[in-house]
Design a protein around this ligand. Structure first.
Ligand code: E4P
Length: 229
């Protein structure tokens, strides 16, 4: 499963990219507004850091306007993926862009029928919002399973991008189901590393190592010097 970071914060993106586990990034108008920076410059900088697909969302609500925005956004960087809402105008835009080979992420998906429409419109990614469905008492992961199954049945190429991920358990669940991508905030990404047995085991190894009496570098250098003399 590919891991995307869901933020427009450059410090978070730089930190996560330094871990070597980031495949791409998703942004949305709310995340961009939160940073208070220039949209186009922010998207360019994210693309340069991530060196993978970066979703930039249009805000026009009619297809002509979406296409104008999309054509400009695509010129910012080769890694820009155009994000459109799951509306009739959004899917009309998706169909037109995907026909030209432009990658499109269809966002705000909350049902299997919507996901079916996005696949038919040639979406590169469909973004079902797991957390927001859970928030209203539905089962977000069940929707991910339904879409993965449907796309397999009908051989659609559209990738299922599990979005609105709120905690590590969501990541575990959607990876078991077979989502192609999962996008999550920096906090959740960082939490994926955590396990008390890792911390406990690491502390025990370090404590036992104290009895060895010297560092790894010192012993390795001594050995290598001896061997080469
Ligand atoms: C996905 O592309 C969206 O930006 C994001 O996952 C929405 O998450 P939220 O429901 O936590 O705002």
């Amino acid at each position: 499963m590919e891991l995307f970071i869901d933020t427009a914060n450059l410090d978070e993106i730089r930190e996560a990219a330094s871990w070597g586990i980031i495949d791409g990034c998703t942004t949305n108008p709310s995340l961009i507004a939160r940073e208070g920076r220039d949209f186009a410059e922010t998207i360019y900088e994210i693309c340069e850091i991530v060196q993978g697909p970066v979703s930039a969302e249009v805000v026009a609500q009619d297809s002509e306007g979406m296409l104008r925005e999309a054509h400009l956004l695509r010129q910012i960087h080769e890694h820009v993926v155009i994000k459109v809402p799951l509306t009739p105008e959004g899917l009309k835009t998706c169909k037109s862009l995907s026909g030209d080979g432009t990658p499109v992420n269809v966002t705000l998906c909350f049902s299997l029928n919507q996901a079916l429409l996005a696949a038919k419109a040639g979406a590169t990614y469909i973004s079902p919002f797991v957390g927001r469905l859970d928030d209203i008492g539905h089962d977000g992961c069940e929707l991910i399973a339904d879409i993965v199954g449907c796309y397999e049945n009908y051989f659609y190429d559209t990738k299922v991008l599990a979005a609105s991920i709120r905690h590590p358990q969501h990541v575990t669940q959607v990876s078991r189901i077979g989502a192609h991508v999962s996008t999550m905030p920096f906090k959740v990404l960082r939490q994926l590393f955590n396990h008390t047995l890792t911390d406990k085991g690491n502390a025990a190894f370090l404590k036992d190592w104290e009895t060895v009496g010297e560092g790894v570098e010192a012993t390795a250098k001594r050995f290598l010097e001896k061997r080469s003399s």
